[in-house]
Design a protein around this ligand. Structure first.
Ligand SMILES: [Zn+2]
Length: 341
């Protein structure tokens, strides 16, 4: 649990505490009711451990209480009037670990399961530059730089996907006609698990992460940032679809502290941040939960579209989108950080 959240809970239950290293020493609030020698605990017998991303463990040397901060507050609520919101605040952090505490697990999973694809498998698609991509206004340099290829058999533009170590981990084939796109917009080569990766991560240099939906958007925006010499400040990646996955969100949180959402300009994936702030986490959809996780854990911005522009690719084709990226508005800065008042 985050330190500031622990402080909120301790303040809310009226506990006195001091911080030493990664622990709070607290005058145990259970002293009047359970197992302490005196009715008040002046010795700060209760130890509260600060471990971000993990449930908050507490232990009392007086009453021998041992468990999570949530259980502690729950126990206290048997004796004192504890506001439901405070319980929720303490509890949320126990369940919150699924988004925050996954870093380590994901890292483990990735090193264990990152299946590296032999380079020769992609070569057959990338030997010729695809005419279709050229017609969309991409230069030969863009295509070479991003190794964009074409799959004659499937009639799809092929985008190789690499991890940050430059290893080939998969590829996706994008439909080139509307009819194909309606059926299946993306084809995953070699059973590529795209929800675990961010397209463009291997080219990232900047500490601010611009997140677009499609690969064309990614290449286009990257080109614009390059022209404006901004690639040391901004990285651009595509989620290869319209729903960001938990693993992708985790990567963004781990890799940087600022995320700039640059999704397509349609209703899919748009969040009403004001109402989201009112919603308890257990009522959120998975998508809302992930977005809220991003908002809490990063500086989150959103690019605002001008009238009539549909996506970053379309926008970047005719004008410079870097100004819009630089001017991206902060999301929910005036909203309460923890959804509790
Ligand atoms: Zn105690």
């Amino acid at each position: 649990m985050e330190e500031r959240r622990i402080i909120q809970v301790l303040d809310a239950i009226g506990a006195e505490y001091k911080k030493v290293g990664q622990r709070f020493f607290v005058n145990c609030k259970l002293a009047p009711y359970e197992g302490h020698a005196t009715k008040t605990d002046e010795n700060a017998s209760l130890v509260v451990h600060i471990q971000e991303g993990k449930p908050c463990g507490v232990h009392c040397f007086g009453c021998k209480f041992s468990g999570t901060l949530y259980k502690y507050v729950k126990k206290l609520s048997e004796y004192e009037d504890i506001n439901k919101n405070i319980l929720e605040l303490a509890k949320e952090n126990v369940t919150q670990q699924s988004i925050v505490g996954m870093d380590l697990e994901i890292e483990k999973k990735e090193s264990a399961v990152d299946v590296i694809i032999p380079e020769k498998k992609i070569k057959r698609y990338t030997e010729k530059l695809p005419i279709y991509v050229k017609r969309r206004g991409f230069t030969d340099e863009d295509m070479i730089e991003w190794e964009i290829g074409f799959d004659e058999g499937r009639q799809r533009v092929v985008f190789p996907v690499r991890n940050r170590a430059m290893q080939l981990v998969g590829a996706i084939g994008r439909a080139i006609t509307r009819r194909m796109a309606a059926q299946r917009k993306y084809y995953n080569y070699w059973r590529f698990a795209k929800s675990r990766y961010l397209y463009g991560a291997h080219k990232s240099n900047g500490f601010k992460w611009v997140v677009v939906e499609g690969c064309f958007d990614c290449v286009r925006v990257w080109g614009q940032l390059k022209q404006c010499d901004l690639l040391n400040e901004y990285s651009v990646v595509a989620i290869m679809g319209s729903d960001i996955s938990e693993e992708q969100a985790e990567k963004l949180i781990t890799w940087g502290n600022e995320v700039i959402l640059f999704q397509d300009n349609d209703d899919a994936g748009k969040i009403d941040w004001d109402s989201l702030a009112e919603k308890p986490t257990y009522k959120m959809t998975k998508f809302e939960y992930i977005m809220e996780g991003l908002r809490r854990r990063t500086i989150l911005r959103e690019v605002k579209y001008p009238e009539g522009v549909g996506d970053p690719d379309e926008w970047g084709k005719c004008s410079d989108v870097t100004r819009a990226i630089k001017g991206a508005e902060l999301v929910g800065m005036d909203l309460p950080k923890f959804g509790v008042r």
